[in-house]
Design a protein around this ligand. Structure first.
Ligand code: K7E
Ligand code: CUA
Length: 657
């Protein structure tokens, strides 16, 4: 890596010295017109959105491509003080789980909804590893509108991946665990007998996008890493990479790396979904949360469900097969035609490419090498299209362009390698800085990739940016892939640790953008649609403040009669009906966060006074020239005092008695 860096620096000085001519070592340098290719002039828009996972930040960030400009961080699985997501009373239910309120998540993979194997730009699905969940974001508002928990699962890593018409979103478990209907208070060493894997199929309503678990496959206790849906010829199938076929429960780095080959599990989901319709399977008790946000009531609800439909995979005939795949495969990726399935063994020194038609033939002719826990194992050679020889070290993920090329990321040898899917020849390789995890080609997992750009999402940054103490921002690297050789254009830092991303043409999304919420459609339980209806209501020690915000005052902005021991709920409606005019709201000492209220929205913030006296409140979002005037006071009296409840703004503000 050091060498690469020195070469790159040298090459760069060569360019600087001789102008824009392409140096001999162009393979690891930036060419003269790179800046032009990523320059999006002020006021111009990027051609693509990149929805990028935030890893341990739990959020999703949105970048413009090719500029690499950060457009927004979307709160999904973690509380967000910038918007109040997960802090305010109306969004808190989004983070409810069977474990109670979980304010953080580990977000790795994203999937844009598809129609006919292409992005349709309607929804974005996001996984959460730690407390297994799948979220759906609405791309008209760029907000999280639904989160469903995955029971019988732990470490929801092989997720979320969608079928070619978004019939299903899948969620494969990383850890095998005992199912919830068996007593889990058992020795860990009984892993092989008592633990199970789970692959969950979440049905998506084609109109509303609403999710519900249709069925779960109970499988042998292996770890599921990643997956891809079939398309074209292989439409109706799903491919899951597995590791730990050794069934180890300790020191996996050694014990789960014993077998020469693990598996890619091929599953005919279409057939299984028909079996479910015909009544196959059984109900299993399992607790999981289903959280839904409503854009009219501007509120979320959380429901705890208690049952899932389970099918034991070994009981199913003719729908599941194992493809042997060398050395703990990470990615399992399907090319645009649907014919080729690429396995990426983390410890392998070659890339096996499997043929779907050969697989179907082998199944027909029953060419099996025995079985693994009751599931037929296909013969490696029989289903192999071929191997990419000496591609690099530590292949992780592969995406595709529209011209028959594949692009694979290499963590250990720190590079991106382009190879031809049919001939399996390496076409080009470019170093990355450093240790790439995922890579994303625009539309690279669809039937018709857009190609043009590739982004390598790197795990290690080292010296790419100005140092920022012991922790550095992760680096993303943008390549132009329109030519035979890939060309490095740009580095840009990311939020959290990026894993996968989806790069989507802006044209699929921009026209559907919502600009305001219609105040007339607001059905929030505590909405106030004009200032005359604002009020403060006491009920025992609960005080409800029905409040409005409009440029540039708060109604009511003077409130008296709050007492120590009260619980105060501010229900705040933003009366604006113009684009880009949020107001924010905060009270001194409020121990949650501000709430950001968009035009036409209502938000509820809870506040418990902590001392007697005068407490200021104000608008936190710079909304007009007189934003700084958008403020008010709350008078807090001792517990049991008889200060009357009085409130108002301007003429209506309480006067001295
Ligand atoms: Cu980062 Cu997809 Cu969780 Cu590979 S995974 S890098
Ligand atoms: Cu409203 Cu600042």
């Amino acid at each position: 890596m050091k060498n690469n860096l020195i070469k790159a620096t040298l090459a760069f000085s060569v360019i600087a010295f001789f102008g824009a001519c392409k140096p001999k070592t162009a393979s690891d340098a930036v060419t003269g017109n790179a800046a032009q290719k990523v320059y999006v002039a002020p006021g111009e828009h990027d051609e693509f959105y990149s929805f990028t996972s935030g890893g341990f930040s739990g959020q999703v960030s949105v970048y413009g491509i090719p500029s690499g400009r950060l457009l927004k961080v979307l709160p999904v699985f973690s509380q967000d003080p910038e918007t109040g997501y997960g802090y305010g009373e109306d969004t808190k239910p989004m983070l409810n789980t069977s474990h109670g309120f979980v304010p953080w998540g580990d977000q790795h993979h994203l999937a844009v909804s598809q129609t006919n194997g292409e992005y349709d730009g309607r929804w974005l699905f996001a996984n959460e590893n730690n407390t297994p969940r799948v979220a759906r974001l609405d791309l008209t508002t760029f907000t999280t509108t639904e989160i469903i928990e995955i029971p019988n699962s732990a470490g929801n890593h092989s997720s979320p991946f969608v079928t070619d018409n978004t019939e299903y979103v899948v969620a494969g478990t990383r850890f095998s665990v005992p199912f919830e209907d068996v007593n889990g208070d058992i020795p860990i060493s009984t892993y092989a007998e008592n633990f199970s894997g789970a692959i969950t199929f979440i049905k998506v309503d084609p109109e509303t996008g609403k999710m519900g678990i249709d069925f779960q496959l109970k499988t042998p206790p292996v770890n599921y890493d990643l997956s891809r849906t079939g398309k074209g010829a292989s439409s109706g199938w799903f491919f899951f990479s597995t590791y730990n076929t050794e069934k180890a429960h300790t020191l996996l780095e050694v014990n789960a790396s014993q077998n020469d080959k693990d598996f890619i599990l091929a599953v005919n989901w279409k057939k299984i979904s028909e079996m479910v319709k015909e009544g196959k399977g059984r109900k299993v008790k399992a607790k999981y949360a289903h959280n839904v946000y409503d854009h009219n009531s501007h509120s979320a609800t959380s429901t705890i469900l208690d049952e899932v439909h389970v099918l034991d995979i070994e009981d199913l005939e003719g729908v599941a097969y194992y493809i042997p795949c060398p050395k703990s495969p990470h990615g399992a990726d399907v090319d645009p035609s649907g014919e080729y399935i690429v396995g990426s063994g983390k410890l392998a020194s070659l890339i096996p490419v499997f043929s779907f038609s050969k697989m179907m033939k082998a199944i027909e002719e029953k060419k099996f090498d025995g079985d693994f826990d009751g599931i037929p194992v296909l013969n490696y050679e029989t289903v192999l299209h071929g191997e990419v020889q000496k591609p690099g070290l530590g292949p992780l993920h592969t995406e595709f362009d529209a011209n028959g090329n594949a692009y694979t990321s290499f963590f250990v040898s720190s590079e991106v390698v382009k190879w031809n899917v049919k001939t399996l020849e390496v076409v080009d390789r470019q170093p990355t800085y450093y240790s790439t995890g995922h890579l994303t080609v625009a539309g690279g997992n669809t039937k018709n990739p857009y190609g043009k750009y590739l982004v390598a999402w790197n795990k290690i940054t080292k010296d790419r940016y100005l140092p920022t103490g012991p922790e550095l921002a992760q680096s993303a690297q943008l390549f132009d892939i329109t030519g035979e050789k890939m060309e490095l254009l740009l580095d840009f830092p990311t939020i959290g640790e990026p894993h996968y991303a989806q790069i989507v043409p802006a044209s699929l999304i921009v026209d559907k953008q919502k600009r305001i919420y219609d105040i007339n459609a607001n059905t929030h339980k505590h909405v106030v649609k004009n200032e005359d209806d604002t009020r403060v209501v006491r009920n025992g020690n609960r005080v409800d403040v029905y409040m409005t915000l409009i440029r540039t005052h708060i109604t009511p902005d003077n409130i008296e009669g709050i007492r120590m021991g009260d619980e105060v709920y501010f229900h705040i409606t933003n009366l604006e009906q113009d684009w880009d005019l949020p107001h924010g709201f905060a009270v001194m000492g409020n121990n949650n966060s501000e709430v950001l209220i968009l035009p036409g929205e209502t938000r509820t913030m809870k506040w418990v006074p902590t001392k007697v006296g005068i407490i200021p409140m104000y608008c936190t979002d710079f909304c007009s020239a007189l934003h700084q005037e958008m403020q008010g006071y709350i008078r807090v009296s001792p517990a049991g005092s008889n200060t009357p409840l009085r409130y108002g703004t301007g003429d209506k503000a309480p006067k001295a008695e």
